[in-house]
Design a protein around this ligand. Structure first.
Ligand code: 13P
Ligand code: SF4
Length: 379
């Protein structure tokens, strides 16, 4: 059993806290249970590196028990986090559902800030920690609550769907949230509820275009984009096919529509993971964040993964070390103004109240990209 010395000193600077937390690791013993985990990460961590990583894993797992904490790990976490310390793992929709129901005092969000906010919105009685407050998202940064208020003035009565990759302040101004696991279901539901054939879906212009191609609802959007997925192009897909004949190409719907036009399948991070587990393609490429392939590969040893690597710099701010420090020091707590939280919760609850889909949404592939309009604001 690992020994945890809780020497929390809330007034120290982060650097000092990291140093003292790192020093405590010297006292950690690696138990047999932790050592047995090595097989899950043997392709990513060398035997030389393992003892120091195992110490951190043992310490984190002991701290979780001691502090009644759980770690919600997004599919883009590096394998050391995803495979070794994540209690609940999955896409943004799965993690939001877990946050709402998990029995714990502390939630550590191994993901980005909007995900931690979603957890806090749904579980206000729990302490929600994010190991690095700077773990943002280009989509969440592309729009503010004030922007949405202007949109509402310009388009009175048109329902607004926000992708969950937004701040609590933005969610608070919208009618309902969606994720890439349920976006078409949400858009069609809200159009019916408002008795309209026009819906605003923000802030991801590419997700909106990809959704628009699958529904008769007219969709207006906002010029946001994921800085990771917008880097993939249709040329990449063609080059991959030429270099690897027979390869199966899977894409996340945050990719531009011409990428989905050329891909074999598209869906949320969980949908991509299910595709590989269920169909066991001989060779596959996931056009999404880098670590996703490492995590899916660990569970599918017979599948050959080609790995073009686009890293999300925000997701990569989360490390074993800062997870450990944030647990020791109980630091980087996510707080949300109560009025904003309640309004944002309404939008998330509206999504969670929809019938749970049997499996995450399959996006259409092979379609010509559909051009859709951006919202115009008076400003
Ligand atoms: P998922 O909802 O598919 O997990 O996507 C979240 C995300 O940030 C993708 O870039
Ligand atoms: Fe945001 Fe893109 Fe990173 Fe996902 S991968 S968190 S959408 S920047």
């Amino acid at each position: 059993m690992a020994v945890i010395l809780d020497m929390a000193s809330p007034n120290q600077l982060d650097k000092g806290k990291e140093a003292s937390a790192a020093h405590m690791l010297d006292h950690i013993e690696i138990d047999a249970e932790t050592d047995a985990l090595y097989v899950r990460v043997k392709d990513f961590i060398t035997p030389m590196e393992w003892p120091s990583i195992a110490k951190r894993v043992a310490a984190i797992n002991a701290l979780k028990k001691e502090k009644r904490a759980v770690i919600l790990a997004h599919n883009y976490m590096t394998p050391d986090i995803f495979q070794l310390i994540g209690d609940f793992r999955g896409d943004s929709l799965q993690l939001a559902r877990e946050a709402a129901q998990v029995d714990a005092e502390i939630i550590v969000q191994a993901g980005v800030h909007f995900m931690a906010e979603t957890s806090k919105i749904l579980a206000p009685e729990k302490t929600v920690l994010i190991p690095d407050m700077r773990a943002g998202c280009s989509l969440a940064a592309s729009i503010t609550g004030a922007d949405v208020r202007l949109i509402k003035e310009t388009y009175p009565g048109v329902p607004i769907v926000t992708y969950v990759n937004t701040t609590a302040e933005v969610k608070a101004e919208c009618d309902i949230t969606c994720t890439s696991s349920n976006a078409v279901q949400v858009v069609e539901h809200i159009a019916k509820k408002f008795n309209t054939d026009q819906v605003i879906l923000l802030p991801d212009q590419y997700l909106a275009q990809n959704v628009a191609a699958m529904t008769d609802i007219t969709i207006l959007t906002w010029p946001g984009a994921c800085e990771v997925h917008e880097l993939f192009s249709a040329d990449d897909v063609r080059e991959l096919r030429e270099a690897h004949p027979g390869i199966v190409i899977l894409a996340h719907p945050e990719c531009p529509p011409d990428v989905l036009e050329e891909a074999d399948y598209a869906g949320s991070t969980s949908a991509l993971s299910h595709y590989v587990s269920d169909r066991q393609p001989a060779q596959v490429v996931l056009l999404t964040e880098c670590s996703m392939s490492d995590n899916v590969a660990a569970d599918n040893p017979d599948v050959d993964f080609i790995r073009p690597c686009n890293l999300c710099p925000h997701m990569k701010r989360i490390t074993l070390d800062n997870i450990y420090t944030c647990l020791v020091e109980r630091q980087h707590e996510v707080r949300i103004d109560e009025e904003v939280r309640l309004k944002a919760k309404k939008a998330i609850d509206a999504m969670l109240a929809l019938p749970k889909m049997a499996k995450p949404l399959d996006f259409d592939v092979g379609l010509k990209p559909l051009q859709i309009d951006m919202v115009m604001t008076a400003a």
